[in-house]
Every structure is written in structure tokens, then in C-alpha cells.
Design a protein around this ligand. Structure first.
Ligand SMILES: Nc1ncnc2c1ncn2[C@@H]1O[C@H](COP(=O)(O)OP(=O)(O)OP(=O)(O)O)[C@@H](O)[C@H]1O
Ligand SMILES: [Mg+2]
Length: 507
């Protein structure tokens, strides 16, 4: 038997269940989310489970009433002042030396907050890859950091932790009062949900996707939940529970007329404070050369990304016929740029004829010059022909790249994908997939196809009979190959989907 956590007297939940989990705590203002998250933190702290809590309202320092938790940040009430510069070092001390940290961000301006979190969480992610021990990150107001439909570096990092942290022992507790504004992938893949009261239609809709109930039931049950009551969802378990009250001081409590006695707070041991101070000062004493080296490394990384983007754009430009190459009989060749609608564009694919691309001319020229400068050659040998089935070469290469990427997935996930693609558009449970692909159901449940879900090739949905997966190949093709539109047309997309189906549908 595992270590039972006392979150609610209605619930049997073992500590082991939480390792590497993504837990989503949702509900309207005042429904009890922070209390629920606080109770989970208390239970984990009772087991010396290491953690960092991203606290943007200064709500969690009360944990110090009972536990040795270090509050870092800026402004009143923090024990150690930090800046983005030393955030990574502090994160490392927290993980290496099991120091629970409350990252109080209430005193930072938005940009600095983002910078600090990127450094802090990035360091946790990297170190977790090496140490692979249990660690959990709590994030309040998660909609601010992982907003639905918006792409940011920080969001990408947090989503990665939430969706793919399990193998590193990294778990996350994301708390939000704006269910509809939190990234849907993170919510739909959270292993544990604690759904408190919501009232707005948009939030009800999100809950309907997360709960295996009819919409009318969701509305009735969720709408009548009282403070501290919520629906606990973990796999097939869907259960109403009442979460106990926090044992430690909850700074986010709703004020009453009763006088509040400020709590007596536990101090973190001097050795830990020293370790953190050392980490912080060590960073502060960086030499100018070190700083420049780091800056150089960052710039080189950016340059690498830009180079990759340039070759991607060049691929697209060639496909669309912006660059035409003439190879004269003589050894010396030359490159000519033509408009796709000019008569000289005889070698341009017929379906591209008649499309005016004057606005891209400079782009293509610049791209060509960059390549010339890079390679030292003045010529691009790109007299590419359409493939016999009508797909431009860059599209064919794009398909190849995707197939190569899928081939790097584990055999289990390749077989799952092959099965789902071959049996689209139906959705299947882990048990059904296991039976068809000869894989253990538990294996599928333990190793959900995170990459396939992330790319959008596969979709996961929660139903009354458990979690189901289905292929989303068609939608995936529409969005991934949308860049080639309108040139390859519906027919082209159809052909891409057919090719992918043929190649991915067998494993
Ligand atoms: N399980 C509970 N039992 C009793 N009181 C509770 C419980 N959960 C929360 N409360 C009380 O309800 C009030 C609101 O709780 P809490 O701060 O946790 O809500 P919240 O959902 O986090 O709100 P917000 O969105 O404003 O942050 C607080 O005064 C808190 O003490
Ligand atoms: Mg709260």
C-alpha cells in the first residue's frame, strides 16, 4: 500500500499517484482552488516532497507556519531577493537539495516575471533530465502563462513540463479561474482534475469536454458545488469530494470582521539560506567575459534557428516558383529570377501559372543571396520538377521529414498511430488499441503518445468508458501544409493525406 494523502476524507489518493502528474485545479473566484492547491502542497510537504510554487499574489508564504519553505522574489516578505540572472541557480539548489520554494512574483513587472520564470523553470527542466527524481511545480493563474491559442516561449516550456515531465519525475499543479483561457492540450491531458464550481457557459463547455457527463448534468452538478467542493477526475474515477481546509495560514482567505492573528513562520535552516546566497552571489560575480560568452551562446542559438527558418522559406520559395534556375550548356551557369506569371516561366509548375508574386521578389532574391554568401557558390541547383503525382518537391520533402520524425517515435507509439490512421475517424480506448496492436493496455496508459498529441496527429478525449484516442491526420495535414496553399489546392492536400496515410498506416 502506498502513502495515503489526506486531501479529502472522501478520497483515497496515494502519494505515488502524484509523481510526475499534471494536476489541473479549476473553478471560479472564491470556489476554493487555492485552498485545494494549498492542501495538496501541505500533504506533499508532509512527505518532504520537493517543489516550487509560482505565486503571483503572495498567497503561499503561510505554508511557513508549519514547513521549512523558502520564499524568494522581490519586495516585502521575501527571504531572498532574486533576479532573472540568478533564478536558474536557485532553481537548481531547490531541486538538488530538496528545498521547497515559493517563488513570490507579486513584486515583479510582467516582463521581468516572464524572464525570471523562463530561467527558473528552464533550469528545473534541464536538471530534472539528469536527476530524474520527483519534483512538482505549482502555478497559480495558469491562464496567464499557458494561454489557449497563443504561442510564447514560456508557454512552450510550461506545457512541456506539464505534458512531458513525467519521465523526468516532474509534475505540475496548474490553478486557474479562467478554464476556457487555459491551453486545451494541457487540460485535456492532465492526469488529475479538481473541478470546482463554474457558472459561465464558456467554462461549462470546457468542463463538458473534461467530464464524461451530458451537458445538462455538468451544468446542474457543477453549478451547485459549494466552496471547497469539487469533482475529482483521475482516469476512470470521477468523484465529488470536499477538500479539507488548509492547516496552514491561507493568505488568500476571504476577509471577515474577525481579527486575524498573523502566523508565526518557520525559518529555513541557515545552511540552506547560505547555499542559496552562494548560488545568488556566484551568479552576481560573473566576469564580463562569462557574460559575453553566455550572450554569444544565446545569439548563436538564435542564429541557428534563423538559418533553419531561412532554408524552410527557401524550400517554400522554390516550390512556389519564385526562383528559376537556368543551366546553360556551358560550364558556367547563371541564376535568373522570374515572376511566376511571366511567359519566361516555362518551367514553373502549371498550377502555379497565373499567380502574381511580385511582392515576394525581394524575399526570394535576398534568400538566394544569403545562400550564395553562405555556400560561396553563385548558383542554386534547384531545377526541380514536380513529382509524377503533382506534388511539388518541397512538399514531398516535407512529407518525408514528417515520416522520418514519426519513425523516431517508440515502436508502441508508431503502432498506435498506424492503427488509428488505418481506422480513422473512429476513436478507440487503450484496451481496444492494445488488443489490435498486441500491446499491453497498461503500457498505453502509462506512456500516452505525448508527441503525437502535441503535434496534433492524434487526439485524446475523455468519455464515460475511459480515455479514447483518434487520428486527426486530415486536420493535421490542413494546418501543417497550409503554407503551400493556394498553390497545391485541395487536391494537393488530399494527395499529402493519402501519402501520409499509406506510409504511417503500417508499422
Ligand atoms: N475546503 C474549504 N473549506 C472551507 N473554506 C474554504 C475551503 N476552500 C476555500 N475556502 C474558503 O473560501 C474562500 C476562497 O477560497 P480560495 O482563496 O481557495 O478560493 P480561490 O478559488 O482560490 O479564489 P480566487 O480565484 O479568488 O483565488 C477562502 O476564505 C477560503 O478560506
Ligand atoms: Mg486563489
Amino acid at each position: 500500500m502506498g502513502t495515503r494523502l489526506n486531501i479529502s476524507s472522501d478520497l483515497d489518493l496515494d502519494l505515488e499517484k502524484l509523481i510526475g502528474q499534471c494536476i489541473a485545479v479549476l473553478g471560479i473566484r472564491g470556489s476554493g482552488k487555492s485552498n485545494t492547491a494549498g492542501v495538496i502542497f501541505e500533504e506533499l510537504l508532509n512527505q518532504q516532497y520537493p517543489m516550487s510554487i509560482v505565486d503571483i499574489e503572495g498567497e503561499y508564504f503561510g505554508l511557513k507556519e508549519k514547513y521549512e519553505v523558502l520564499v524568494v522574489g522581490t519586495g516585502d516578505g521575501v527571504e531572498i531577493e532574486i533576479t532573472p540572472d540568478c533564478a536558474a541557480e536557485i532553481a537548481e539548489v531547490s531541486m538538488q537539495q530538496n528545498v521547497p520554494v515559493v517563488l513570490d512574483l507579486s513584486g515583479f513587472l510582467s516582463d521581468e516575471r516572464t524572464e525570471l520564470l523562463k530561467e527558473y523553470l528552464g533550469a528545473l527542466w534541464d536538471l530534472a533530465g539528469k536527476l530524474r527524481r520527483p519534483y512538482i511545480i505549482g502555478i497559480e493563474e495558469a491562464h496567464e502563462f499557458i494561454p489557449q491559442g497563443v504561442k510564447t516561449e514560456l508557454k512552450e516550456l510550461i506545457a512541456r513540463i506539464a505534458l512531458r515531465g513525467r519521465k523526468r519525475g516532474l509534475g505540475a499543479i496548474v490553478v486557474s479561474q479562467r478554464s476556457a483561457k487555459v491551453d486545451k492540450d494541457v487540460l485535456s491531458q492532465a492526469g488529475i482534475l479538481l473541478l470546482h464550481r463554474v457558472v459561465h457557459e464558456v467554462d461549462m463547455r470546457v468542463y463538458s469536454e473534461l467530464l464524461p457527463w451530458r451537458k445538462s448534468e455538468v451544468k446542474e452538478i457543477i453549478g451547485s458545488l459549494e466552496t471547497g467542493h469539487c469533482i475529482f477526475v483521475n482516469g476512470d474515477v470521477v468523484q465529488p469530494i470536499y477538500v479539507r481546509e488548509r492547516a496552514t495560514f491561507h493568505a488568500g482567505f476571504t476577509p471577515t470582521l474577525d481579527a486575524v492573528t498573523p502566523p508565526t513562520l518557520k525559518q529555513v535552516s541557515a545552511s540552506i539560506i547560505e547555499a542559496i546566497e552562494r548560488a545568488r552571489e556566484g551568479k552576481g560575480r560573473r566576469t564580463r567575459t562569462q557574460e559575453l560568452e553566455e550572450q554569444l551562446a544565446r545569439l548563436e542559438e538564435k542564429l541557428g534557428e534563423k538559418d533553419a527558418r531561412i532554408s524552410e522559406l527557401e524550400d517554400v520559395a522554390r516550390t512556389l516558383g519564385y526562383i528559376k534556375v537556368e543551366v546553360p550548356a556551358a560550364a558556367q551557369t547563371s541564376v535568373a529570377l522570374v515572376e511566376a506569371d511571366e511567359p519566361a516561366a516555362a518551367s514553373v509548375a502549371p498550377h502555379l501559372m497565373g499567380v502574381t508574386r511580385r511582392s515576394h521578389r525581394e524575399d526570394a532574391l535576398a534568400a538566394r543571396q544569403r545562400v550564395a554568401a553562405h555556400t560561396g557558390w553563385g548558383i542554386l541547383d534547384v531545377a526541380e520538377e514536380e513529382a509524377p503525382d503533382g506534388l511539388p518537391p518541397a512538399v514531398v520533402r516535407h512529407v518525408d521529414r514528417l515520416v522520418n520524425r514519426i519513425e523516431r517515435q517508440s515502436p508502441l507509439h508508431r503502432r498506435m498511430l498506424a492503427f488509428l490512421v488505418a481506422h480513422a475517424p473512429d476513436a478507440y480506448t487503450a484496451e481496444q488499441i492494445g488488443a489490435w496492436t498486441n500491446c499491453a493496455r497498461s503500457l498505453i496508459e502509462d506512456e500516452p503518445p505525448a508527441d503525437l498529441l502535441e503535434t496534433g496527429l492524434v487526439e485524446r478525449e475523455r468519455r464515460t468508458d475511459g480515455i479514447r484516442y483518434r487520428s486527426r491526420l486530415k486536420n493535421f495535414v490542413t494546418s501543417e501544409f497550409g503554407v503551400y496553399q493556394p498553390d497545391i489546392g485541395e487536391q494537393g492536400l488530399h494527395e499529402v493525406a493519402r501519402r501520409l496515410r499509406d506510409r504511417l498506416g503500417t508499422a
